[in-house]
Design a protein around this ligand. Structure first.
Ligand SMILES: Cc1ncc(COP(=O)(O)O)c(C=O)c1O
Length: 404
């Protein structure tokens, strides 16, 4: 007799006689989860999402040491950021604020969690937030989860997709006209995750402050890659992503706040006195925070060489430009994340055996990963931390695919 799950639910007595059946059923799945290899290991990975999150050797060793569950909680006096050994306290309360150029900092479970915590603490249901049109979807959903209305600052469209301080002034004025009061917050994406554009955050902050609007700087693709200082730019809040740009195992983010808003953002629970409400008490507890600490010295060091990264990006953009690909967004470019229009690949895809998947497959055959499968006409990539030798391999691959 074959016993189905439904029989067991209807007649649980069967269950006790059928442990083996269940074990066998589960076993088929369990086998699937063993020894899974990462097929992209060893490839040149130019996916913007991956470049800044590659672990340092130190962090890789730390991952093994601290990989068990809530490993750091063995040493907890009540709240994560107060752990003295390992030196999480020193990281969160001393090194991180200094690194971000801000008064107070915390770690979170990602840039999106940082944004949501700010929005939820600073605004009430129905308040308004100003976002740039190039904002990441997580900025939108964080605002939606906090039940805010969103006013969008339009970008200039193709080919530059520029976001301007004037756009922020207009959006703020629009909200004031419509509601009689200033928006509760504004956010600028620095740079955005599509074009890698770096808007003039300093001027945007000045415009926001003229209207008493606190500004969030979303540095998911800048904090940990390039020098960013919230105070120098005039941002009231700064957000970063550890897995995206701070060589950390995800998910982990960072959050910085000026003294003016820190008490509001980090309000403590009336019932659990040491726990901060917006952080749900404790955030990154284990391998994620420990890899962030382990990579931090390298991250601090690597931002000093940002000029070299920009030089590499511009060189790469010029090489692809000479093959007829057009780099959109800021040009000359100021960041490693770049967006290309490639009419030539689109044309080739029309007759290629693998259709629109041909580019992905051609690159895969050359151990290059990171351009999304199925994209040919428009795609983004990153050159962050890719050596000139490897960039040359990528450039040669593009050339070969075009001239083959
Ligand atoms: C600009 C930007 N901000 C935020 C995020 C989300 O970051 P996290 O995964 O740390 O929440 C992304 C993800 O790609 C992004 O591109």
């Amino acid at each position: 007799m074959s016993i189905k799950k439904i029989d067991i639910i209807i007649n649980p007595d069967i269950y006790y006689g059928t442990r083996d059946v269940i074990a066998v059923a589960l076993e088929q799945y369990v086998q699937k989860f063993q020894n899974i290899k990462r097929s992209t290991r060893g490839n040149i990975n130019i996916d913007p999402l991956q470049r800044g999150g590659i672990l340092t050797d130190q962090a890789r060793a730390t991952l093994m040491e601290w990989g068990d569950g809530y490993s750091v909680c063995d040493f907890c006096p009540g709240v994560l950021d107060m752990i003295k050994t390992p030196p999480i306290f020193d990281f969160v309360h001393k090194a991180l604020p200094e690194f971000l150029g801000i008064d107070e900092a915390r770690v979170t479970n990602g840039a999106r969690e940082s944004k949501f915590a700010i929005m939820h603490s600073m605004a009430r249901d129905g308040d308004w937030i100003v976002l740039d049109q190039s904002a990441h979807y997580t900025s939108y959903v964080a605002a939606q989860r906090a039940r805010l209305n969103i006013k969008v600052v339009p970008n200039s469209g193709a080919p530059d997709y520029r976001i301007t301080p004037e756009g922020y002034a207009d959006a703020i004025q629009d909200v004031i006209k419509e509601t009689g009061k200033s928006p509760a917050l504004a956010l600028v994406t620095y740079p955005d995750g599509n074009y890698g554009n770096l808007p003039d955050a300093k001027k945007i902050a000045a415009v926001c402050h003229e209207h008493d609007v606190p500004l969030i700087l979303n540095g998911a693709y800048s904090v940990g890659r390039m020098p960013v200082n919230a105070k120098d730019l005039g941002a009231d809040f700064i957000v970063g992503s550890g897995h995206k740009s701070m060589a950390s195992s995800g998910p982990i983010g960072v959050l910085g706040v000026s003294e003016e808003y820190s008490a509001k953002l980090f309000e403590k629970s009336p019932t659990h006195k040491v726990k901060e409400i917006e952080l749900l008490g404790c955030t990154a507890r284990g391998a994620t925070i420990m890899t962030m600490l382990a990579s931090f010295p390298t991250v601090v060091e690597r931002i000093r060489y940002w000029d070299r990264e920009v030089e590499n990006a511009r060189w790469f953009s010029a090489q692809l430009g000479s093959m007829g690909l057009v780099q959109l967004g800021d040009n000359p470019h100021n960041h490693d994340l770049m967006f290309f229009e490639a009419p030539i690949f689109y044309k080739m895809s029309q007759t290629a055996k693998d259709g629109r998947y041909f580019l992905y497959k051609e690159l895969k055959a050359r151990n290059i990963h990171g351009i999304k499968a199925g994209l040919t006409k428009y795609f983004k990539l990153s050159t962050f931390g890719v050596s000139r030798d490897e960039l040359n391999i990528v450039v040669d691959a593009f050339e070969e695919i075009i001239t083959k």
